[in-house]
Design a protein around this ligand. Structure first.
Ligand code: GLV
Ligand code: MN
Ligand code: MN
Length: 399
């Protein structure tokens, strides 16, 4: 079976007719169905599957052990996301095992496929939730209190999925098992298209994070309330959207995005009483990222005051710039015949693990350059090239 074929097997899971693409979120029905699919696919390959305290699934080729060669990715998506972000890394890992078996390879070290929970933060708001919990980058008490849009806490969601919420948090046993981690991922830009190559290794990830701007004003009637009598939190909320573009434009390489705005109560003929706005900001380093956020926060405060509203700004997640282990990156690039190295603006579990373990990524060409949207794509031949490259890398690392 090919990686593209395996993606075809799961194409019916979490398909979102309203948004287009897929909506698969941590511990929801779709993601749990994909977990069962992964379990069956791994067991069919003779791998032993276990789920750790933070909901990470591990499929072991041979006995689990410390210092393993680990590959994998995630199965959740953004709301209305593409088919490849996450699942391509998981399916390619399964195919890489098939390829290695067909080559008669036997790992000289423990080897595992890991599937991390809620990488996109599409349900509970914190990206790379599973890997942040495992590494200790996220306080487990704060994590347990996270809520989804329906008010379900992470604690309740993991309990419903058969995990003990008390077990969430730093997991030194799981960490000790990772000797090296390699995540294969669809490229989320056009770097490989421009280079005319199917596969690259990753060089770096931008510093990035998420901030919630909560504006409070006064709910009232859209027709009966004079403009001069209003305290409408939607006005300063709109200023955040505009300030995000302006602030990021002023700093080379910076990006700032408002992709989610939630007015409460959210009626056409109702002046909202509160509005939550989520900002995603990224730049080359911590200093530039924080400068963008500070600029937008200042604009939000001024706009809130002008409208008689209040605003609180909360950092929901943050990760500094990641430079992937240069020696490992060069070793893998050479193993694959001097493939190019590309930076990315997208976050990954590999980026979280990079602070703790030698970590690398492989990117597979995306002809559309689009990601986090249904147009995300990779040709079947490039998926095959990616899986073969992953097999080569695993064979090299687990020799
Ligand atoms: C995840 O893909 C992110 O970059 O937010
Ligand atoms: Mn993503
Ligand atoms: Mn991803």
């Amino acid at each position: 079976m090919t990686a593209a074929g395996l993606l075809g097997d799961i194409a019916g899971v979490g398909a979102d007719p309203r948004r287009g693409g897929f909506s698969r979120h941590g511990f929801d029905r779709s993601e749990l169905e994909l977990r069962e699919w992964f379990r069956a696919a791994a067991v069919a390959r003779g791998l032993d599957v276990e789920t750790d305290r933070n909901g990470t699934m591990w499929a072991w080729w041979g006995p689990p052990g410390d210092g393993a060669v680990v590959t994998g990715s995630h199965l959740d998506s953004v709301p209305g996301g593409g088919a490849y972000d996450g699942p391509l890394g998981v399916t390619s890992a399964l195919v890489a095992v098939d390829l290695l078996r067909a080559r008669g390879f036997t790992p000289g070290k423990p080897l595992a496929i890991a599937v991390f929970a809620e990488e996109e933060g599409g349900r509970f708001g914190v990206a790379c939730l599973g890997s942040r919990l495992m590494t200790g980058a996220l306080d487990p008490d704060a994590a347990r209190r996270l809520t989804d849009p329906d008010g379900v806490t992470l604690a309740d969601a993991v309990r419903a999925a058969g995990l003990d919420p008390a077990g969430l948090g730093p997991d030194p046993v799981a960490m000790a098992r990772i000797g090296v981690f390699v995540e294969l991922h669809v490229e989320q830009g056009k770097g490989l298209v421009d280079l005319g190559a199917p596969v690259a290794v990753a060089s770096s990830i931008l510093a990035h994070g998420r901030w919630r701007f909560s504006f409070a004003g006064e709910g009232n009637h859209a027709g009966a309330t004079l403009l001069t009598d209003r305290r409408d939190p939607m006005l300063p909320a709109a200023q955040v959207v505009l300030a995000a573009r302006r602030a990021a434009s002023g700093i080379e390489g910076a990006r700032a995005t408002v992709g989610k705005v939630v007015p409460n109560p959210g009626g056409t003929n109702v002046i909202a009483s509160t509005v939550d706005v989520w900002l995603d900001a990224r730049a080359e380093d911590d200093f530039r990222t924080r400068a963008v956020v500070a600029d937008i926060s200042d604009a939000a405060r001024v706009a809130a005051e002008e409208e008689g509203c209040t605003v609180t700004v909360t950092e929901e997640s943050y990760g500094d710039t990641v430079i992937f282990d240069p020696a490992l990156r060069d070793d893998l690039a050479a193993t694959l015949g001097d493939v190019p190295a590309l930076p990315t603006g997208a976050g990954h579990d590999a980026g979280i693990l990079a602070a703790h373990r030698p970590t690398a990524m492989l990117f597979v060409r995306n002809p559309t350059g689009i990601s986090h949207a249904p147009a995300e794509f990779a040709e079947a031949s490039d998926c095959a090239a990616g899986a073969a490259a992953l097999a080569d890398v695993l064979a090299h690392l687990a020799r």
